[in-house]
Design a protein around this ligand. Structure first.
Ligand code: ZN
Length: 365
């Protein structure tokens, strides 16, 4: 099986015309925490490489993958430092966007254009907070690159007094729960070469898998609440706090068997279309009114709800900036925007670095 796939993928590599695409044949590293230490696996030119990663040989890996963090970042126990409550107060500036779906190059351009990172891809946003409102995984072919960059940026932001928030989307949940319908063909090659299913490349004994499992599904920053799909009136009616959402996802949903999730009424509520990662009612439900969003914001003691998951060409707003949609179709690999907030108000930042005011009454498409 392995030798057949090697032949096929060598042919594939050979037929590619330009350097960019050949670069796509590099994937990884996938780092497994084992009793022998951190076992690193990566794929390069259709060949699997495997090595125990130590502080001594880490610099080689670090330069190969342009990592912006030291070896010690990989040895942290993320599962012991989970913040379920996710109350962030007194933040002075913020940028939010979502639905990157493996479009690493566009993601980098967008962050550079908006002063979040410098030309060397390092954090340059000082004490600001950056929120990725879900869906790094699936569709595109540079998911691994985005994840490792966000992983490193989080370390750098922390040191600068800022913060990176990764809020999990439905595609993070799908991959961790072994629903692999949307992975790019490139990752099927990685599965074959590593003899590991894609979800197991992010198992809870991997660095990124453990890190992802420590991430929230809903957060609050100042008077803003964030969730990939959104916090629905149904959650309010069931008295489901942000802390309860995050704890339930971490303890009972992420990486769990679908059948066992669906056998529990409360887990099913969180997992399905009225839950925080799949909900689309802010935009798609004709019965969703200003009163609906008021009840949600009132319950979570907030003034604004910021979500991804429903794709538009631009940052959009509803109900006088009570709702912001920040999925600007980065997944198409062509264009994207970020929502920016500071004491001056709400703005959108474009790929060319323009900052445009978001008038309160922006029309809903
Ligand atoms: Zn989504």
């Amino acid at each position: 099986m392995l030798s057949i796939s090697l032949i096929i993928f060598n042919l594939f590599t050979f037929s590619l015309a330009n350097g960019d695409e050949i670069q796509n044949t590099i994937d990884g590293p996938y780092l497994f925490k084992t009793e022998e230490g951190i076992v690193g696996k990566w794929v390069e030119d259709s060949t699997l490489f495997q090595e125990i990663i130590t502080a001594d040989n880490y610099p080689k890996l670090q330069s190969k993958f342009n990592f912006k963090f030291g070896f010690e970042a990989l040895t942290q126990d993320f599962s012991s430092q989970i913040d379920y409550v996710q109350e962030n107060e007194g933040i002075d500036s913020l940028v939010a966007f979502s639905d990157i779906h493996g479009q690493y190059d566009l993601y980098i351009e967008l962050l550079k254009a908006n002063g979040i990172i410098d030309n060397d891809l390092n954090w340059s946003y000082g004490s600001g907070h950056m929120v990725i409102v879900g869906d790094i995984f699936d569709r595109g072919d540079k998911v691994t690159e985005v994840l490792w960059h966000v992983f490193g940026l989080e370390q750098q932001a922390e040191k600068a007094g800022g913060k990176v928030h990764l809020v999990l989307g439905n595609h993070e949940v799908m991959v961790l729960n072994n629903d692999l319908r949307y992975i790019h063909d490139k990752y099927k090659t990685t599965e074959t070469l590593t003899s590991t299913t894609y979800d197991q490349l992010y198992a809870d004994n991997t660095v990124l898998g453990q890190w992802l499992r420590s991430k929230p599904v809903a957060i609050k920053i100042n008077d803003m609440i964030f969730a990939h799909g959104g916090l629905s009136p149904t959650l309010v009616n069931n008295d489901v706090s942000i802390e309860k959402i995050n704890k339930t996802f971490a303890d009972q949903i992420l990486g769990r068997d679908r059948a066992s999730i669906l056998s529990d009424e409360f887990l099913e509520l969180l997992y399905r279309s009225n839950g925080p990662v799949w909900y689309r009612g802010y935009f798609y439900d004709d019965n969703f009114t200003e009163q609906s969003i008021d009840s949600v914001l009132n319950y979570y003691d907030a003034n604004h709800a910021i979500v991804g998951h429903c794709s538009y060409d631009s940052v959009i707003t509803r109900f006088n900036n009570k709702i912001f949609g920040v999925d600007t179709s980065i997944k198409r690999g062509e264009n994207g925007e970020v929502l920016k907030w500071n004491s001056g108000g709400y703005f959108k930042g474009t790929l060319s670095g323009e900052v445009k005011a978001l008038p309160k009454a922006t029309a809903f498409p």
